[in-house]
Design a protein around this ligand. Structure first.
Ligand SMILES: CC(=O)SCCNC(=O)CCNC(=O)[C@H](O)C(C)(C)COP(=O)(O)OP(=O)(O)OC[C@H]1O[C@@H](n2cnc3c(N)ncnc32)[C@H](O)[C@@H]1OP(=O)(O)O
Length: 218
C-alpha cells in the first residue's frame, strides 16, 4: 500500500510591518498568495497589521526556517540588507514580488528579494540586483543597472542605460538622464534631476542636482 506523502506548503511572511511592509503584503495578497503574517524585531508579538498577525522576530523565523518563505518589507536600505543576510544564513532566498499592474520586460533581470510596486515599468535588458525596491510608478528604462538594495521611490524616472549604485536612494519623482550614473549609497533628493554623474555617498538636490553634503550615516 503506498505511503501517503505529507507535504506542507511553505508559509509566506513579510519581514517588516511598517509602511513599506504593508505595501509589500498588499502586493503578495493581490497576487493571490497566502500571507501568514509579519515578522518584525521591534513590533509587539501578537499585534495585528492589515488584519494579519505579528508573529515574532528573528528567533521566530529561525525556528521555522525550513518551512517559510520571506518577502522583504523594510524600506531602509541597510536594514533591508541585514534581513536579506539573515535569510541567507537561514537558507531562505527572499521572494521577488511584482505587482500585477507593473510592466516588466521579459528580458529584464530581477534578483532575489526585489519588490516592484504598482504601475512601475522595467524595460528591456534592465538589470535589478538583489533586494532593490522599484516603488510605485517608477520607470527603469532599457539597459539600466540597479545596484543591490537600492531604492527608487515612487515616480522616480531613469533614462536608458542609467546606472544606480548599491544602497543608493532616489527620492520621490527624482529623474536621471540617460547614461548617467549615481554612486553607491548616494541620495538623490525628491524631485531632483541628475544631469551629471553623482559620486558615491553624497546627497544631491535640485534641478540640476548638485551636491548638498556628504552622507554621515550608515
Ligand atoms: C513611499 C515612500 O514614501 S518612499 C520614500 C520617499 N522619500 C523621499 O522621497 C525623501 C527624499 N528625501 C529628500 O528629498 C530630503 O530632503 C534629502 C534627503 C534630499 C535631504 O534631507 P536633509 O539632509 O534632512 O536636508 P534638509 O531637509 O535639512 O535640507 C537641506 C537643504 O536642502 C534643501 N532640500 C532638501 N531636499 C530637497 C529637494 N528634494 N530638492 C531641493 N532642495 C532640497 C532644503 O531646502 C535645504 O536647503 P537650505 O540649505 O538652502 O536651507
Amino acid at each position: 500500500m503506498p505511503v501517503a506523502q505529507t507535504r506542507t506548503t511553505p508559509k509566506l511572511v513579510i519581514y517588516g510591518c511598517g509602511g513599506h511592509g504593508k505595501v509589500v503584503a498588499d502586493i503578495a495578497l493581490t497576487r493571490g498568495l497566502s500571507v501568514e503574517g509579519f515578522v518584525d524585531d521591534k513590533a509587539p508579538e501578537g499585534g495585528r497589521v492589515l488584519d494579519l498577525p505579528i508573529l515574532g522576530g528573528a528567533t521566530w523565523l529561525e525556528a521555522r526556517r525550513s518551512n517559510v518563505r520571506v518577502a522583504l518589507g523594510i524600506g531602509e536600505n541597510q536594514a533591508r540588507c541585514r534581513v536579506y543576510e539573515l535569510c541567507e544564513r537561514l537558507g531562505i532566498i527572499p521572494l521577488t514580488l511584482i505587482h500585477p499592474t507593473a510592466a516588466v520586460a521579459s528580458s529584464a533581470q530581477l534578483g532575489a528579494g526585489v519588490v516592484v510596486m504598482a504601475q512601475a515599468v522595467i524595460n528591456p535588458d534592465a538589470r535589478v540586483a538583489n533586494g532593490a525596491i522599484i516603488n510605485s510608478g517608477a520607470i527603469v528604462e532599457h539597459d539600466c543597472e540597479i545596484g543591490a538594495f537600492a531604492h527608487l521611490s515612487p515616480n522616480a524616472t531613469l533614462g536608458g542605460a542609467v546606472r544606480i549604485g548599491a544602497f543608493a536612494h532616489l527620492g520621490l519623482g527624482a529623474s536621471v538622464l540617460p547614461g548617467k550614473a549615481v554612486g553607491d549609497e548616494a541620495v538623490v533628493g525628491a524631485g531632483s534631476v541628475v544631469l551629471t554623474d553623482v559620486p558615491p555617498r553624497v546627497v544631491v538636490v535640485g534641478v540640476p542636482a548638485r551636491v548638498k553634503r556628504q552622507r554621515e550615516d550608515r
